[in-house]
Design a protein around this ligand. Structure first.
Ligand SMILES: Nc1ncnc2c1ncn2[C@@H]1O[C@H](COP(=O)(O)OP(=O)(O)OP(=O)(O)O)[C@@H](O)[C@H]1O
Ligand SMILES: [Mg+2]
Length: 331
């Protein structure tokens, strides 16, 4: 089944993701897919949490940290500024502490805890997830294309509920360490705050939202996840391994898309031996891909003569990926 058909057959799958190792074409495919769906009359948001701002690069437009930016009719792109979200988290925690304990300023020791907690990877992931939740639960678009960061990292994202648990544990520890301040304050105020677990219950509420979004992103009915790979030995092995891991996280895999296939047609031309060898070597790996992933390969995408940036190039690639003729077989 072709990539086009696998999407058309499942209009209920509103969340589409391309995963894979670094630099294989996730952002490129996300942009082309978003472009195609928008041209089919759907309202589409393509978004990423990648600090590299690669959507800005491919659309040739500065969209980083600017919310959903219109690209063309029916198409929006958004790049989440994770650092800004972390700062917002810090401010929120500070404000809660000030409110709860009636301090005028956050004591140095607590400020250090806040800084330390924010430097935790778990905190960063949590901040990012919160942003992703806001995006995917908004319901403003027909399709959400989530342009993922490279594989290892993406796996971490997809275990988000777990990550959030870790963070909540950290905060709980922080609260324990704050107990001495709490005692001091209650002695000063001669009363015990009844809302002492305000922070915790807030966190639990947020965790509930995260779980909801994690359910959306791992929901077979709502989500299509495609692996991007290229015809190279190591990538084939890594993709196989990753597919195993992803199924452990219950990520429903909708198929594989092979990128950077050098067109066979070149063999009929007068080409240097070097290129001829490269194409022949690719045949070996394409055979291996067919053996390994078989029916689940949704498209073979040719290596174009230049990088895919700017709308005309994106359109060209979308035509190749989703056009009638060119999918489902080797170009
Ligand atoms: N079929 C193709 N033909 C020509 N260039 C391509 C093709 N696919 C991808 N590229 C180019 O390869 C580079 C890497 O692609 P892309 O940024 O989409 O990869 P990625 O998987 O998103 O990388 P990262 O893991 O860093 O996010 C880009 O410069 C892109 O324009
Ligand atoms: Mg990318």
């Amino acid at each position: 089944m072709s990539l086009r058909q696998s999407i058309l057959d499942h209009p209920e799958r509103r969340y589409i993701m391309f995963g894979g190792k670094g630099g294989l074409g996730k952002t490129t495919f996300s942009a082309a897919t978003a472009y195609w769906l928008a041209s089919q009359g759907h309202r589409v948001l393509v978004f990423s949490v990648d600090p590299q701002a690669s959507l800005s690069d491919i659309f040739e437009k500065d969209i980083f940290g600017k919310g959903a930016v219109p690209i063309r009719h029916n198409l929006w792109a958004q790049e989440v500024d994770a650092d800004r979200h972390i700062r917002a988290y810090q401010d929120e925690i500070r404000k809660k502490i000030l409110d709860m304990y009636g301090f005028d300023a956050v004591p140095d020791e607590i400020e250090q805890y806040i800084q330390a907690a924010s430097a935790e990877p778990a905190m960063e992931e949590s901040a990012i997830f919160d942003a992703v939740v806001d995006i995917v639960v908004s319901g403003e678009y027909d399709y959400y294309i989530y342009d993922l960061v490279p594989l290892g990292h993406a796996l971490y994202y997809l275990s988000m509920a777990k990550v959030y648990d870790e963070w909540i544990n950290k905060i709980t520890k922080l609260r324990e360490e704050m107990r001495e301040y709490e005692e001091m304050v209650s002695r000063l105020k001669r009363e015990k705050e009844t809302e002492e677990d305000q922070i915790l219950s807030e966190l639990q509420y947020i965790r509930g939202r995260i779980n909801a979004s994690s359910r959306i992103l791992t929901d077979k009915d709502k989500t299509a996840f495609y692996f991007v790979l290229v015809p190279e030995k190591m990538i084939i092995l890594d993709t196989q391994k990753a597919a195993g891991l992803f199924s452990q996280f219950d990520v429903p895999i909708s198929g594989y898309v092979v990128n950077r296939v050098v067109p066979d047609g070149l063999l009929e031309q007068n080409i240097p031996a070097y290129l001829r060898h490269r194409i022949e070597m690719q045949h070996t790996y394409l055979d291996e891909i067919r053996r390994t992933f078989g029916e689940a390969v949704r498209a073979y995408v040719p290596e174009l003569e230049r990088d895919v940036t700017g709308l005309p190039m994106i359109e060209r690639l979308a035509d190749i990926m989703y056009g009638d003729g060119a999918v489902g077989r080797t170009p």
